[in-house]
Design a protein around this ligand. Structure first.
Ligand SMILES: Nc1ncnc2c1ncn2[C@@H]1O[C@H](COP(=O)(O)OP(=O)(O)OP(=O)(O)O)[C@@H](O)[C@H]1O
Ligand SMILES: [Mg+2]
Length: 282
């Protein structure tokens, strides 16, 4: 993980410089002492996040431009961003030579850090690999975005399947312009956390892992709600998205404490040097 820590450290330094010029901090920011401090303050951190989440204003619907950014690997397969996602794909593949990584969950500390963008693009570049059967599952039952980003109007979705109101094959849709299956969200249920933690959810992911070469789970933000942790526990591997210059380092530390580190495959540093390049991934 040393490389990940260095990348985080770099992102944090950049953020501080822009926020008011605090001096560079020591390079080994994620030493055991720091982590144990964040562990002790975990419960307070979570309360603060829940409160701030409820104070957040409702978001405007996604613009066409935003939607296009989320599927850049499909619209511009030769772009730098698409290339970065192929690199991420290659790194997961090389880890998969050591152990089975069929189900990958994408998560991040906070909202808007690029989880859905990364999930869609990782799924897209994977499905573009010859012969790979891929399904992308939107596990954000509160603010789902996958279906809209991929031009899908689902007749049924994850909640309907989990509550037995629709069969799985009816809920699986095809993304626009690409051979990618999608299990989106049609209706947002009143009990999302319970549904995601149910035995039916576990069985569903097992079933998909049996049917597909790769299952990619897009999750909500990790801090403040149990949903993302619950979903990551169903995955063989977790990719953590960190938004460069935005995600506070202490939030990333808290996420490291919350998630099962044995499943952590790596970290996507999203939005690096955005003036020169649109996306940066480590
Ligand atoms: N590298 C990037 N460069 C520019 N814009 C980006 C980048 N990554 C994501 N975005 C934009 O940031 C916004 C949030 O991205 P996205 O929906 O992927 O985040 P998220 O973490 O899934 O959010 P949520 O927590 O609400 O599910 C979108 O408008 C997306 O187009
Ligand atoms: Mg999202």
């Amino acid at each position: 993980m040393a490389k990940h820590y260095e990348a985080l450290q770099k992102a944090e330094e950049e953020r501080r410089k822009r926020a008011g010029g605090v001096k560079e901090s020591a390079p080994r920011a994620f030493e055991a002492e720091t982590l144990s401090q964040s562990q002790r303050s975990n419960s307070r951190g979570l309360v603060a996040n829940i409160q701030s989440r409820f104070r957040r204003p409702l978001r405007k619907p996604s613009s066409a431009n935003e939607v296009n950014k989320r599927r850049i690997s499909i619209l511009q397969p030769d772009s730098f961003a698409a290339e970065q996602f192929r690199t991420l794909r290659g790194r997961i593949d090389s880890l998969a030579t050591q152990r089975s990584i069929k189900v990958v969950a994408m998560t991040s500390a906070n909202p808007d850090e690029g989880k859905s963008t990364a999930s869609i693009n990782l799924a897209a570049v994977t499905s573009m690999s010859v012969g790979r059967k891929v399904i992308l599952v939107d596990c954000d039952l509160r603010q789902p975005k996958i279906h809209r980003s991929l031009g899908i109007e689902p007749v049924a979705g994850l909640a309907e399947v989990l509550t037995g109101r629709a069969p799985l094959d009816e809920a699986i849709a095809q993304a626009d312009g690409i051979a990618l299956d999608v299990l989106g969200v049609r209706s947002t249920p009143s009990n999302p956390s319970e549904l995601l933690a149910s035995q039916d959810m576990r069985k569903l992911i097992d079933e998909l892992a049996g049917q597909y070469d790769q299952v990619i789970l897009d999750t909500p933000a990790c801090l403040g709600l149990p949903d993302a942790k619950t979903v990551t526990e169903l995955a063989d591997g977790i990719v953590l998205v960190v938004r460069a210059d935005v995600t506070p380092r202490e939030d990333v530390e808290t996420v490291f404490e919350i998630l099962d580190r044995d499943r952590l495959l790596g970290l996507v540093l999203n939005g690096v040097e955005m003036t020169r390049r649109q996306y940066g991934y480590y």
